[in-house]
Design a protein around this ligand. Structure first.
Ligand SMILES: [Zn+2]
Length: 240
């Protein structure tokens, strides 16, 4: 399976909009991937136990809603916490800038030197940055955050909700729409095909070699479906 990507790195190699857009896209693909795998496992398991279309629809829909809401809630909590700590760091920085501007200027100079500027240039740059917007300069150089672009927890929550839902719809429709004799084949094949796609694109966005990521992703999904199918079949046979 794919590694979780809740790490919102502010230190993008290229900085700026492209990096953060890629992060969002990648998070969306991973959310969809979660929706595909968990819903596929769920409906295939139920299909192992029963032929009832309404049971499949109920289970799939409940899984979709539970999963997307839990993803959204988790994302909301995690981004809110991150935002709180970023705000606290900014407030502390603001106070330090007010109470000990000289020490802060030295600190900024040293940080710029660590980034490769000569002492004179670093001092000059630090003075200019401080004159223009001291807090922003410290936020970016020292904390690695942009005070104007803190992630909105509601946006993050909605994005997770939507991504998971889109992913979950695929196995749900694939198990419910085809005639009973075909539903498992259609579901398994479409899920595996979708996992090739999500594995490939998330690896490409993470600048990793796609081959292994695709194999791991497809294997993870196949395993999830196999396990739940066996469990469902056993439960169905036991008449539970
Ligand atoms: Zn500082």
């Amino acid at each position: 399976m794919l590694p979780p990507v809740t790490q919102r790195t502010h230190d993008e190699p290229h900085g700026g909009a492209l990096g953060s857009r890629l992060n969002w896209l990648r998070a969306a693909v991973l959310g969809a991937n979660d929706g595909i795998v968990s819903t596929a496992g769920l409906v295939v398991g139920v299909a192992g136990a029963t032929d009832s279309r309404s049971a499949l629809l109920t289970a799939g829909l409940a899984g979709l809603l539970a999963g997307s809401m839990s993803m959204a809630a988790g994302e909301y909590v995690s981004v809110s916490t991150q935002r709180d700590s970023e705000k606290a760091a900014l407030a502390l920085e603001k106070r330090e800038l007010r109470e000990q501007p000289e020490a802060e200027l030295r600190e900024l100079t040293e940080l710029l030197q660590e980034r490769g500027l000569s002492p004179e240039v670093a001092r000059e740059a630090a003075e200019q940055l401080t004159a223009r917007d001291a807090l922003r300069a410290h936020a970016r150089v020292e904390l690695g955050i942009d005070p104007d672009e803190l992630t909105n927890p509601w946006h993050a929550a909605w994005a997770s909700f939507l991504a998971f839902t889109v992913g979950a719809l695929l196995p749900l429709l694939a198990i419910v729409l085809p005639p009973a004799g075909l539903r498992l084949v259609v579901t398994v094949l479409s899920v595996l095909a979708a996992l090739v796609l999500t594995g490939y694109s998330s690896a490409r966005m993470g600048a990793a070699a796609p081959g292994r990521a695709v194999v791991r992703n497809v294997a993870g999904g196949a395993l999830a479906m196999a396990v739940t199918y066996v469990a469902g079949t056993l439960l169905g046979a036991a008449g539970a």
